[in-house]
Structure formats: C-alpha cells, structure tokens
Design a protein around this ligand. Sequence first.
Ligand code: BDR
Ligand code: CA
Length: 317
Amino acid sequence: SKKLLVDVDCGVDDAQAIMLALAAPIVELLGVTCVHGNTTAENVCKNVLRVLQACNKLEIPVFKGAGKPLLGNVIDAGHFHGQDGLGDAPDPNAPGLDLLQKENAVSAIIRIVNENPGEVSLVATGPLTNLALAVRMDPSLPSKLKGLYIMGGNTESRGNTTVCGEFNFAADPEAAYIVLNEYQCPTYLACWEFTCYNKLPWEFCDAWLAQDSHKARFMARIFRHSMEASKLERFEKEVVAGGGFISCDSYAMAAAVDDSFVVESDHYPVSVELAGTHTRGMMVVDTLGFLKKTHKAFIMKKVDLERFKQMMMAALK
Ligand code: BDR
Ligand code: CA
C-alpha cells in the first residue's frame, strides 16, 4: 500500500484531490492536516470532515494547523471557492468540529512520519505553513519522508493571485521558501501553468458529475460556484485556449497515488522570491545552477491525462 499524509486548505479542488486518493485501493490515508488558505483554518477543518463524511471515511483523523502565514497578511480565495471554501452550499448534517483530533497538525505530521520512517509521502495542496513549521520543529523530518508532492508555484512567472504569484506560494512565501530549500527528499511539483495546460474539458466535468452516486451529487453541489467562477476567469479566456476546469490539487495527488502518472518532468533546483515588488511569492527555477543547490525538484511537465480522467471518475463512483 501507499501511505499518504495530506495537508490541505480544503477548497473545491482539494476536496477533489482527497476524493481521488480515497478511491484508490492502493492508498492508506494516514491523516489529513488543515491549514489556512482558500478559507480560514476552521472552515478548512469543517470542509475536510464533510468530504470524509461524503466518502464514508470519517475514521480518518483530521488535525487543525496554522491559521496564518509565517509573515504577511492572510489572503483567501473566497471569490473562487465560495466564502466557506466549498461553494457556499452548506449541509445541515455536516459533522461537527468535535470530531477533530486534539493534536495540532504540525505535531501530527512529525509524529506520523516518525512512526513510519521512509514510508510516508506527504501531499501538500495549500499554503506550506504547516510543513515549514514541522521542519523547524524536527529538522530530520524530510529525510524520513518517502516523497513530497506539492501543488504550487509557477514556471512562467504567470500568477493567479498576484502578477507573478501562484496562490499557495503567494499565501505564505516564507513557508514555500523554507520547504523548497529544506525538504531534501524526492520532491514533485504540480505548478500553476502545468495545471492550466492540462484542464479537464467541461464535457468531461458534466459526465463526471452525472454519475449516479452520492459522491457525485455531493461534488455537484460544492462545485457549482467554482465552475461558474472558473468560466469568468481571465486565464480561462486569454492564457490557455480551450474551456475546462483546472483541478490543480488533483495533479499533485494523482502523482502521489500512481507512479506512472507523470510521464515527463524537468529536474532543477527551485526557490521562492521573497523581496520583489511584483514578484514576492514567485517560484524561481534555477536552470543553470546559480543557486549552487544540490537538491533538485521534479517539475511535472507531461502527464497521462487519460489515466487522470480515470482516477477522477473513480473518485465519484
Ligand atoms: C491553488 O490555490 C487554491 O485556490 C487551490 O486549491 C490550489 O491549491 C491553485 O493556485
Ligand atoms: Ca488547495
């Protein structure tokens, strides 16, 4: 089996990513840790519990983590995911926060990885605050990870949140810097432009949601808001032609779940700009080795889209 620990800021694509993992027979999901991002850390916890409930998996432990970035202001993505992070489609039967674990997310990450040295892959689909705090508390943590899968950063300096900043990195640039520089384990990045080039066509989304299942009906409700917001986005019209949904976080998850999903990647040292006027939070790719770093990340380039669609379909069966 594949032991995964997932750190999320549960918006709609995080929910899709979690459901993709839960549907994969090979995956053992050891826990879900929550961080600020698309919405408040408290909403993120509620959202994760709702997703687990929809999948009948409430036995998976959920931990609350950082509610703010290391430095700078809190930002959210309510305009896209809905103010509550899940499309503002509340459920009166949603599980209560009493189901949360008492342990903090950062301690849980450290404990779970140390209990399973060399076996856990960490999948991070939100701002990297919890992961940065974890490596500060336990510098040996990265050496005990099997792999690290991150949705975040960008390769063409195209931002979706600031001029040059992708949301997860822009929401906590210092944390992204710490993680990219200190997690010296096999690291796989699903960056923003890559996800844009691999959209799920709207026709696929319609067929996906039309499946006759409780999970598909749940997804249809929480997805409506971001589907509509997505059709209005600038990048939808200008940057990448062809309509479709960008389920950003699901690419990082798919790579963690299935080793054959990533067909081609670049392998370069990466870091994050912290000081620029327009570029704070932008990922930098050191193609010529200026940074003198030994550690390189795999930057996803080409993936098996058919396999991706199969995994997404299975997520709502
Ligand atoms: C990232 O930002 C969030 O809104 C999404 O959940 C994804 O993790 C994309 O930039
Ligand atoms: Ca996310």
